[in-house]
Design a protein around this ligand. Structure first.
Ligand SMILES: O=C(O)CCC(=O)C(=O)O
Length: 448
């Protein structure tokens, strides 16, 4: 329980940070609108200058206007200023809730409402938000939580079941074309490797010394670093980003973690994918070190690697795709299967607008009999009962799918591996890669 003095101190700090944020965003040269955006510019000025009663109205107009500019467009890229404006509108809205005493700032509801508004802004603006503003928002968010009583530790793990992990491993009897393995290579060794050609490398235990390896499997830890899980994050909903029934939404981390630790409550697979969670929650960034591999290729500050987090339950799929950068994917919690094909592989064609994702579903044609229902495979081992009819049906379905895409290299021309906690995989640019989580999983990628 906070004392009256503590509450007053907290309020003073919160108001001070709000003032700093307001001053920072209101810099006249901060938003650079061209003449055709005069309407937006006018709205921005009015939001900043509006009296208290009008603010809410203007913020809504402003957000709607930015939203329209962002989403009502052809396929051309969204000009950054609309995205930044949208982010600012979310932040204004949060400040307005605080400074008009609309909410009891000491309540959980206030913390959740303000954080949700700020996180919307942070998620939409991503890397576009400037470092100073990011820092101020981080301070505000941690001050809002203040010295609230700590939640009782529950001792729950993101990936608790060691046996399930073993089962996942056993279910890969044919890892016949392993990615070349290296044991914790130095920068020099890695450079030597690359002089003979850009090939994927499985770097066993290369991230073992990361604090994240020790801490991120603990839900208590993840909740304690995210205002008890109130931080709001984007998730992909559906089988994979090329399937028809796929969408994105914003949810609290607490609801995600709850869902994954109570799987029967999860209606659909939700995947926090390709999101820079560590920029959104900088305290988690401290648990992560930049892999040696990245240093071997980048030595100037100008080209900082692009980080992304990948957090989800067992069964998330990133379909076979390529990226224009080199990548190191680091496995922090749980296990992932990765399969890679070289850039110029015949029989792989893309199906999406960006031309980087293959139209073939590996899980249907390559793993149909293994992956379709992991619960069944786990319980089969446990009870020593195998449903042969079901297995037969899957083998047939798999064959049929393979025939449908007969050009695709189903049986050769690839390398594969299973990433365990502490492992890294180097994916050279242009290599096709397919990734599937075998257990609940948390990974961080570095594109460089
Ligand atoms: O882990 C995943 O699901 C996909 C990772 C990936 O595709 C990447 O890091 O480029």
């Amino acid at each position: 329980m906070e004392s009256t003095n503590e509450i007053q101190d907290k309020l003073n700090n919160v108001f001070q940070i709000c003032n700093d944020i307001q001053r920072h965003i209101s810099q006249p040269n901060f938003i650079d609108c061209d003449p055709i955006d005069l309407e937006l510019q006018r709205l921005h000025a009015e939001v900043i200058g509006a009296n208290k009663n009008d603010v809410k109205h203007w913020i809504r107009l402003f957000k709607d206007e930015c939203n329209r500019k962002i989403y009502d467009r052809d396929s051309s890229p969204v000009p950054h200023k609309y995205v930044i404006n949208y982010g600012h509108a979310c932040i204004f809205s949060a400040l307005q809730m605080i400074t008009t005493a609309e909410l009891d700032l000491d309540s959980d509801l206030a913390e959740a409402t303000v954080i949700s508004e700020i996180d919307q802004g942070l998620v939409v603006t991503g890397a576009l938000i400037d470092a100073k503003l990011r820092d101020l928002l981080d301070k505000l968010i941690s001050e809002l939580h203040g010295s609230k009583e700590k939640i009782q530790p529950q001792g729950l793990m993101l990936c608790p079941d060691f046996k399930a992990q073993l089962v996942s491993r056993l279910y890969y009897p044919h890892l016949s074309c392993n990615v070349r393995q290296l044991l914790q290579p130095t920068v020099k060794q890695f450079e030597n490797e690359l002089t003979s050609g850009m090939m994927p490398l499985h770097l066993i235990g290369a991230a073992n010394s990361w604090p994240a390896i020790q801490h991120w499997n603990s839900l208590d830890y993840l909740l304690s670093k995210t205002n008890n899980g109130l931080r709001v994050v984007p998730v992909e909903v559906g089988k994979s980003y090329v399937s028809n029934a796929w969408s994105q939404k914003l949810v609290t981390l607490r609801s995600l973690l709850h869902e994954w630790t109570n799987p029967c409550e999860a209606a659909e697979v939700k995947y926090l994918a390709q999101h820079d969670l560590l920029a959104q929650v900088p305290v988690l960034r401290k648990d992560v070190l930049t892999p040696n591999v990245v240093y071997s290729q980048i030595n100037d500050q100008e080209r900082a690697p692009v980080l992304n987090s990948w957090l989800g339950p067992a069964g998330t799929i990133s379909p076979l795709h390529t990226d224009p950068n080199h990548n190191v994917l680091v496995q922090v919690v749980g296990f992932k299967y990765v399969r890679l094909y070289p850039p110029s592989t015949k029989g792989i064609t893309s199906c999406n607008d960006m031309g980087n994702t293959c139209d073939v579903e590996l899980e249907s044609g390559a793993f149909g009999a293994l992956f379709e229902d992991e619960d069944v495979s786990a319980s089969s081992l446990e009870d020593d009962v195998v449903d042969f009819e079901k297995l037969k049906a899957r083998v047939l379905a798999k064959k049929k799918y393979q025939q449908q895409f007969s050009e695709f290299p189903w049986t050769d021309g690839y390398v594969e591996c299973i990433l365990a906690p502490g492992d890294e995989i180097f994916v050279p640019s242009g290599w096709w890669h397919y990734v599937r989580s075998l257990t609940p999983s948390f990974s961080v990628s570095f594109w460089f």
